[in-house]
Design a protein around this ligand. Sequence first.
Ligand code: ATP
Ligand code: MG
Length: 358
Amino acid sequence: MNYKIALIKGDGIGPEVVNEAVGVLEAVGEKFGHTFEYVDVLLGGCATDAVGKSYPDDTAEKCRTCDAVLLGAVGGPKWGSDKPAEQRPETALLAIRRDLGLYANLRPAVLRPAMADACPLKKETAEKGIDLMMVRELTGGVYFGKRDRYQTPDRGVECTDLMAYSEQEIERIGRRAFEMARLRGKKLASVDKANVLETSRLWREVMHRLAGEYPDVAYSDVLVDNCAMQLVRDPSQFDVVVTENMFGDILSDEASMITGSIGLLPSASIGDTAPGLYEPIHGSAPDIAGQDKANPIATILSVAMMMRYSFQRPGEAAAIERAVDAVLAEGWRTADIAGPGVTPIGTRRMGELIRGRI
Ligand code: ATP
Ligand code: MG
């Protein structure tokens, strides 16, 4: 097959990690008989520098001509909150997700076998392993609700943030999660706060209706506070976890932290028709940019997710994941994951080793 991929290299370490991921794609292409065509797309602080705004007008259009989008990282102190919104990199990230209709955010939290020592949880908990997938609703809920700020006569200023969800919004993310559970361990936990919130009661109603359509998936309801606790107590109980936008924001960061190696974690944002967007969960790391120090593994594993979820190529995805695990098992580490007494290798060397293992 020939695949066309939009590359948003972005700022800071973005270009360095994307270059290594592209190298891995090329190795996959050679081994499995695919060809890849790349379209460079300007977005983020680098776009502000080049054309005066972080989200150039043709960005979404260019991405739509491609089969998937790979993003490195955007942002940096140079384009901070003192700049107008149209020059800020974060504005561009929200805009592209909106314009491509990317309503589902997939964040796997995996404790890679060779990295078990990095897990901050109890040793016996870490030994059970962590391999879960957070499915977060990304375009609804309180982050997108109407906001207000007004003066009251007797209580000072008061603010409101409206949290709204429709059946349609819940159903589409629910279906994604059930389908994901079918591809994995056939277990789904839906996280809500149905003992308090009306949006959560609707969430639960819709999820229960869907559960009837997926009898092969073991379904459970978990309250958000309990989920936060269970993630630390025994994350091995989770396979796929689905939740609304704000709960997912918080829980997916918690799930990442319990693996102990944020530089290893990929993510995907997908919709119904537009190309999916794949990116590492880390930021642009301006402190180490341009020094060949960045860990490219999160971006390389994002390419594995692209193979699996945009191109339905699980064999290719597994080959990438196996290559990463093999290189880690041999003891190779970039600086961010090198323990005491380990001499770290650079970004390019790590990429080269993983390519060689494909
Ligand atoms: P953002 O707002 O873009 O998320 P941030 O400052 O919150 O940025 P990062 O850019 O992820 O977060 O950086 C946090 C720390 O982690 C920095 O010290 C950075 O050097 C380090 N870091 C982030 N990603 C990597 C990576 N891929 N390899 C090595 N170190 C990294
Ligand atoms: Mg950050």
